[in-house]
Design a protein around this ligand. Sequence first.
Ligand SMILES: [Zn+2]
Length: 286
Amino acid sequence: MRWSTGDRGNIQDMRGSSGRRGGMIPLGIGGVIVVALLSMVTGVNFFDVLGGGSSAPDSAAVGTTGTVNASPEEERMVNMVDAVARDAEATWQDRLGSRYESTKIVVFRDAIQSACGYAGSATGPFYCPGDRKVYLDLTFFDELHRRFGAPGDFAQAYVLAHEIGHHVQAVMGTDAQMRQMQRSNPGAANAMSVRLELQADCYAGVWGHDAAQQGRFAAGKVELDPGDAEEALRAAAAIGDDRLQKLGTGRVQPEKFTHGSSEQRMTWFKRGFDSGDPRVCNTFEQ
Ligand SMILES: [Zn+2]
């Protein structure tokens, strides 16, 4: 993947002021979304329930911080996240026009206070509907490589584009649609979650479709290299629920899926990627 360093206009850099309160139950990549959805559906902030009560954010944890001690590699990663976010947002601006509202990627270390409650690095990247921002601890990218066996910058970009996909769902009111379906069928919470997650995968693919067009790098945009799409598919497969469940418990329980199986995740990413059309991402009518 090729990209150019920009002005970090899409980044809210909280690395210098992340809290270290601890005590948050590690939720995993999928768990935080379930909790966010539960909170949205019920109006109760389950992050606070799990994290042991709401607390005021660190006084320093307001606004973007100035200097941070970071390696050149980490700084490069922040620039990459900024470039991908800008590019993915341009895709959605293009598809949705004035309906689209821009978002920010909050980059943090260790732990952070979001509108969805207190979250630690162990939660993995997440989207908070409460403040409509994406939260990312850069150490997740190492984990993606080492623990899930999905290296490569486009694998990282896919994860980010997936979270921005959740932002698109918030902007489009898909979360409200989900609440309505939940009311008519309370037993289907996990199934609803899977549909939202697969749609976010498909939306990540829609951006990938744009990024795969040639000549973009020369125009200052992100441009994929041959093999990048496979990187994303590998990442999608690596973080499928069946794979995560096997890593976690040694067995697979489809009724507990919250993100979808590896195969489903790859299929929906590819749908978006091949077409570039978000209308093919209607996982709710499948
Ligand atoms: Zn998700």
